[in-house]
Design a protein. Structure first.
Length: 465
């Protein structure tokens, strides 16, 4: 596979600031807005499509159909995404010094002010891409459907490229980045199509189709010299690697992709790909995640990335888990020291969680497997902030078993130390703590296999020396 030695430029921080003098200002009046509306603003330091790893989020209230906010942007990779209640989400590359006013007409946003040209250009490009994706969402349905689909991708790519070149923006500092996004579109779209074509390719591809597929897929790679500038960079590398595996009849594996990243990239390109990889496979249940994180740490120097990996490490098998000030229904406080030498099964829930109600019967069956084993404890932890509500829910037995130890976070809810340490962001969530007080392998949802995986992992934790 092609060896990449990519060195990307300066990637700076973005800080969303309200009510202060900053170097980017966006305001305007949009006729489709209502005064009860809010607009979600997401600012991405390292490109919009760099997963959801590092971003700033804010909510802007609409007044008299108008919006106004300020933010800071540095370098060439800062993207902002505007999510409206009744309009397609829009994302834009922003630059320091932008002073933008927004209006709308005929279904298109119109920008005026300092730096507005790149916004207008991106709005047109965004609409072209969105319309294409909507019109071709079900295009890959037969063996030969990929040929007209790929031709349509190429046709749109030429239209977008020619439109951008015709805007006389070559001297704009944002031009190369926007051009990379445009030229990267057919690459990602074609390689992503492998997800749909893979089964056909492996089972029974008609004679001659293999060579044709390779021709149409690989024909686009002559434009990838600036792909590192694209917001789709990490996703492009991922889908390209998968496509190469299929086309060369090489089995895809997470481990092989991880090795490819380590060995074939350098600098910030490798760091971004490592973060992309760890975020994508953070739910891995094979036990390999800890090793991937440990190897990645040696190559990550960007402060934002280091902080993110550090937090991820806290929620990875092998990490020490500690907690205190969790109380039971009688008011007794518990700490992690109270459970030394025991395997803990933590079940996080909250009142009103329908999925938690569905999980309970399966969890009870697992509990019954270990009722006579005093080395296993099932601990039910609610993120309710209202104590009376929690007590009522425990009494009803709708969300947790009477056989488990029911603990309360003292009203801290999602801000509780243990909840944040384990990065619990939804419910139900199951975690296993081994006899040494360390996080064990993540179990899968009991509803998917009747609790088989959870039982196996509990037994594995018991057998661990």
């Amino acid at each position: 596979m092609k060896r990449f030695f990519l060195i990307l430029g300066f990637w700076a921080q973005v800080i969303l600031v309200k009510g202060q003098s900053t170097n980017v200002s966006i305001s305007g009046r949009l006729t489709f807005l209502k005064d009860i509306d809010t607009i979600k603003v997401e600012i991405y330091k390292y490109g919009y499509r760099f997963a959801d790893v590092i971003k700033k989020v804010d909510t802007i209230k609409v007044t008299n159909k108008s919006l106004s906010f300020k933010c800071s942007a540095y370098g060439n990779q800062t993207y902002i995404r505007l999510i409206y209640p009744s309009f397609d989400p829009q994302f834009f590359l922003i630059r320091p010094g932008d002073q933008i006013n927004i209006t709308n007409s005929d279904g298109l946003l119109i920008f005026t002010g300092k730096g507005a040209k790149k916004y207008n250009v991106q709005a047109v490009l965004n609409k072209m891409e969105l319309q294409f994706l909507q019109n071709h969402s079900n295009s890959l349905t037969e063996y030969d459907s990929f040929i007209p689909f790929f031709k349509s991708v190429d046709s749109l790519s030429v239209q977008m490229h020619n439109y951008l070149v015709g805007q006389s923006m070559s001297k704009d500092k944002s031009y190369r980045t926007i051009l990379a996004d445009v030229d990267n579109f057919p690459l990602v779209t074609k390689y992503h199509a492998i997800h749909f074509l893979k089964d056909w390719y492996e089972k029974a591809v008609p004679t001659g189709y293999s060579a044709i597929w390779k021709k149409y897929l690989l024909a686009s790679t002559d434009k990838d010299k600036d792909v590192s500038l694209s917001q789709n960079f990490t996703n492009y590398i991922y889908v390209k690697f998968q496509a190469d595996c299929v086309l060369k009849n090489i089995p895809f594996s997470k481990g092989n992709f991880f090795s490819y990243i380590l060995n074939d990239f350098r600098g910030i390109a490798r760091e971004k790909l490592l973060i992309f990889f760890l975020n994508k496979y953070r739910g891995d249940t094979t036990g390999a995640l800890s090793n991937w994180i440990d190897q990645s740490i040696a190559f990550i120097t960007t402060p934002d990335f280091k902080n993110w990996v550090s937090k991820l490490r806290q929620n990875t098998p092998g990490a020490k888990v500690s907690f205190s000030n969790l109380s039971d229904t009688s008011g007794r406080l518990y700490t992690s020291n109270d459970f030394k030498g025991k395997v803990l099964v933590l079940d996080f829930w909250f009142t009103g969680c329908g999925n938690c109600v569905q999980l309970l019967p399966y969890l009870k069956k697992v509990e019954n497997q270990f009722t006579s084993n005093d080395k296993v404890m099932f601990v039910s932890i609610s993120t309710d902030q209202n104590k009376t509500m929690w007590q009522s829910s425990v009494k009803r037995g709708t969300y947790s078993s009477s056989e488990s130890l029911n603990l309360y976070t003292g009203g801290r809810g999602w801000n509780d130390h243990l909840v944040k340490q384990l990065q619990v962001s939804g419910a139900p969530t199951l975690k296993i703590i081994d006899k040494d007080g360390k996080l064990f392998e993540n179990p899968i949802d009991c509803r998917t296999d009747g609790g088989k995986d959870l039982i196996e992992k509990i037994n594995k934790a018991l057998a661990k020396n």
